[in-house]
Every structure is written in structure tokens, then in C-alpha cells.
Design a protein around this ligand. Sequence first.
Ligand SMILES: Nc1ncnc2c1ncn2[C@@H]1O[C@H](COP(=O)(O)OP(=O)(O)OP(=O)(O)O)[C@@H](O)[C@H]1O
Ligand SMILES: [Mg+2]
Length: 250
Amino acid sequence: MVLRASNLARRYRSGADELLIFEDVNLEVRQGEMVAIIGESGSGKSTLLHLLSGLDRASAGDVYFDSGSGARPVAGMDEEALADFRNRQIGFVWQQHYLLPEFTALENVMMPLLIAGCAPAQARGQARQGLEQVGLGERLTHRAGELSGGEQQRVAMARALANRPRFLMADEPTGNLDERTGAALFDLLRRLHQQQGLTSIVVTHNALQAERCDRVLRLVEGQLHELHQSETMNETATDGSGSIQVNPYV
Ligand SMILES: Nc1ncnc2c1ncn2[C@@H]1O[C@H](COP(=O)(O)OP(=O)(O)OP(=O)(O)O)[C@@H](O)[C@H]1O
Ligand SMILES: [Mg+2]
């Protein structure tokens, strides 16, 4: 098990009230798995992903990472250790690309390498390779702000993988892209996941993408349920555009 969540809970305080997002969430992810997390908007997917990637701390329970030398609880790491762990071991891709628009694609991908202490010449070489891997070898010196949305997400992917992390955490990575560009980006994500032996967690509203993951977990009313193959394509829902599509993953 490379990632384990045990009795995880997250509550937010708002004034005198307490808002419980989920509790008693248990999850085990094996090395090399690609796990989809689905659920309605507001069900707590992003909150859960933040906990599973050490960006936020649990109200109860804990997350354990095993990087080969025994399981390490997030609660036992101070902020500096956690930041270093995330920088080296976890790649993030969000719905927004969060690139620095005035910097080139190459500079954006070099950033996490430099933060990790890599020498500039080496960082440049590795960043170039990373951009070639995502099909952007011809866009190295374009400013991020000058790239298309799909290209920006590819740069974000190269940046996420720059330090050769063990984990890839993605939160609706194709949420801002049209269907075709989104499908191409998901193909790329899946390919890199396999090629680089990553362990990945992908939050998505896209049924087709969820289906292509090894496992699908659905967050509903504060509980995480594992979906089985037979439950996947038997419900209907609208996608908000007025067209009806087969989609159990709302
Ligand atoms: N910092 C916060 N303080 C208070 N409440 C919060 C905070 N962050 C999230 N919430 C609440 O937690 C709930 C879950 O939010 P979250 O962003 O995890 O949902 P989600 O499943 O990712 O939704 P979406 O599909 O729209 O991205 C929401 O009701 C939200 O308002
Ligand atoms: Mg979200």
C-alpha cells in the first residue's frame, strides 16, 4: 500500500457552527493504481484530495504515505517536511493551470526542479524532456499566457511530473477543456501514469474518464463508496448543456 487514509474526517468551522464534510473515510491505494473519485459538486472531492496529498490536515484520522521505508503519517510531518515531500513526491494538476503567464513553458516546468535544488542547466534539460513528452517540444519558449488551454494543461502536466514524483493528484484536469481536447489530455495523463509507474488519484465529473481508471470511488453524503463495473453505465443525467447523456457520475 503506498497511500492509506484511516478514519479520515474534515470539518470546517463557520462562526459557531461546524460543517462536517466527511468522516470515517478509509482508503487504500496500491502502487501503480489509478483511482477516480467522483461525486456531486460540493460532496467534498477536492477537500478529500487535498487531504490525500498533504495540502490540508485532517480534523480526525490520518493519511499515510509509504515511499519505501515504511508508512509515514502526514500528522507526524511539520510544514517544512510536508512541503518538501509534496515537492518531490507528488505532482498536481488542477482544473486551472496555475502557470506563470509571463514565463515561458520551459521556465514554468523548471520551477519545481529549481525549488528542489536542481542545478539550472540540469533543470533546463529535464524540463525540455518533460515538455517533449507531452508533445510540446515546439513550444518551449512560448510564454505560458500565449498557449492554448489544452497546451497550458500539457505544460501543467509536465510541471507536475518534473521532479519524477511517485504520486499524481489531479482535480478535474480536463474541466476547462472542450470534449476532444479533454479526451486527448486524459489519454496523455493515462499514458504518463503507466509509463512512469505513477500512483494516481483523479477527481472527475467525466464518466468516460472515470471508467478508464482502475477503480472508481464515489463520495456521497460524507461516505466514500467503491463502485463496481455493473454500476457504471446504468443511470442517466444531464450534463448541463441540455443534452441527455449516460452518466452515473454526477
Ligand atoms: N475552507 C473552507 N471553509 C469552509 N467550508 C469549505 C471550505 N472548503 C470547502 N468547504 C465546503 O466543503 C464542501 C465540499 O467542497 P469541495 O470543494 O471539496 O467540493 P467538491 O466535491 O470538490 O465540489 P466541485 O465538484 O464543485 O469541485 C462545500 O460545501 C464547501 O462549501
Ligand atoms: Mg472540487
